[in-house]
Design a protein around this ligand. Structure first.
Ligand code: FES
Length: 154
């Protein structure tokens, strides 16, 4: 097993920040046009030394193992960053703790990047965006396909 595969399996076995966040300030949901996988990310902010930073982020996904692993490391990576700092991170940077991804898996990291950008954009747009509490659960919004697909919810 390659180092990358091992790191992905480790992250999937013990994912960080998995699950819905009740009192999130922002939420972003995206689907991948490449594979149909979906990912939702919740973000909570806090004030730190007079600056608004990401307190924590969580995720849910109907996605492949790579997407789960990237979301796990990315939610750890963005804690403590400002919105601008988080927006400056590419999918490659968000997945960097796992090591370089093969070309066919780059879109998995982009799925995480897109969900993060969607959540952070919602924060910038302000109250026009639906309140996170009113956002339907990932299960309600997207019916899981009948075929065997990895579903990780908490
Ligand atoms: Fe589509 Fe990984 S195969 S997100």
């Amino acid at each position: 097993m390659s180092d990358l595969q091992q790191r992905i399996e480790d992250a999937v076995q013990n994912p960080r920040n998995l699950g819905e966040m009740e009192n999130a300030d922002a939420v972003g949901t995206v689907g991948s046009p490449d594979c149909g996988d979906m990912l939702r990310m919740w973000v909570k902010f806090k004030e730190q030394d007079g600056v608004k930073v990401i307190d924590r982020a969580t995720f849910q996904t109907f996605g492949c193992q790579t997407a789960i692993a990237v979301a796990s490391v990315a939610t750890e990576l963005i804690a403590g960053k400002t919105v601008d700092e988080a927006l400056a991170l590419s999918g490659e940077e968000l997945s960097s703790p796992l090591g370089p991804l093969p070309p066919m898996k780059i879109h998995c990291a982009q799925l995480v990047e897109s969900a993060l950008r969607s959540a952070l954009a919602q924060d910038r747009e302000g109250p026009a965006a639906p309140a996170p509490a009113q956002t339907p659960g990932l299960l309600e919004q997207f019916q899981a396909p009948q075929t065997a697909r990895k579903v990780i919810l908490k």
